[in-house]
Write a new protein. Structure first.
Length: 309
């Protein structure tokens, strides 16, 4: 394992990896390829069907958040980013180009696991540039009715996510965890998106979930589950936590904070990101040398990986 000092550097992937599939909402097929990127690039989508137009995975580019998180820059849209961004964030990757030839990231099996598997094949390259952390200094809370989300100072990145549905297969579920590559892979990565059979016609009438199927989502009937067994007993709460991490990745830096989400969703997640970025009195950027040892240990580390420019 790399030393804490070594893990304090920025990272990218060692080699390109790719996949293809249809979008959950558009049903449009896309080809997606992850490419290494230089230090200080960040996570950047490139629409290869539009002359490699770049859309940074950052809160300033958040567009609509109806049943998924979408980014937009100069009128160019990219939808359903959260599952891929969650995998990249949890894997400790700071700089990656994401080349895609359509409007929506493929849904694959509805979880982050296919992206985690891709990243395992891609490997990790350590760069010769120190990592910068986003350290929260003051609390920020946002509420809408009984839904709320808050972010608080912490020396590490932890999340607490609560969901509460009247459906008998879901009910009340709570996830509490320190976010790291290991915890994400073991506790969240395989958790799939879900929806309700009774809402399918209404959502498709407004051009949503056109690519949804029993192969890429858990489908709930009035009092049960239509397609097979769950991957975890509390898969619904775990998937909502996965979504939360993917949306928080739009802050653009590794977080040093505690986030608590109570019946929140993409809209509240991205509101929190936007409000936080807009108020610089609430946070500071700190170098990896100044970050606590616990933060270093959450990074993705690979033995024997040489540093590169």
């Amino acid at each position: 394992m790399l030393s804490s000092l070594a893990m304090a550097n920025q990272t990218t992937i060692q080699r390109p990896v790719e996949t293809s599939g249809i979008g959950l909402h558009t049903a449009v097929k896309s080809h997606l390829r992850l490419q290494p990127a230089p230090a200080d690039t960040g996570i950047v989508f490139r629409r290869t069907d539009l002359d490699n137009f770049e859309i940074e995975a950052h809160g300033r580019n958040v567009a609509r958040v109806s049943y998924a998180t979408s980014l937009m820059k100069k009128g160019v849209l990219l939808s359903t980013t959260e599952h891929l961004l969650a995998a990249l964030y949890a894997s400790g990757l700071d700089n990656v180009y994401i080349d895609i030839d359509a409007i929506e990231v493929p849904i694959l099996d509805g979880s982050s696991q296919p992206f985690v598997d891709m990243l395992a094949c891609a490997g990790v390259r350590r760069l010769r540039r120190p990592r910068r952390y986003f350290k929260v200094l003051q609390p920020l809370e946002i509420a809408e009715g009984d839904r709320r989300i808050g972010i608080y100072p912490s020396s590490d990145f932890t999340v607490h996510c609560l969901v509460d549905y009247t459906h008998p297969a879901i009910g009340r579920q709570e996830i509490e965890m320190r976010v790291s590559r290991e915890s994400f892979e073991s506790r969240l990565a395989r958790a799939r998106t879900f929806g309700f059979l009774a809402e399918v016609e209404r959502l498709r009438a407004v051009d949503l979930i056109r690519g949804g199927s029993l192969e890429n989502a858990i489908v709930l009937t009035r009092d049960g589950i239509l397609n097979g067994e769950l991957r975890y007993p509390d898969e619904f709460g775990r998937h909502k936590t996965l979504d939360l991490i993917g949306d928080l990745a739009l802050i653009g830096r590794p977080l040093l904070a505690r986030v608590e989400a109570h019946k929140a969703g993409h809209a509240l997640h991205t509101q929190l990101v936007s409000h936080l970025l807009a108020d610089t009195s609430l946070w500071m950027e700190t170098s990896s040398d100044e970050a606590p040892e616990e933060a270093h240990s959450a990074d993705y580390s690979v033995a024997g990986v040489p540093a590169a420019d």
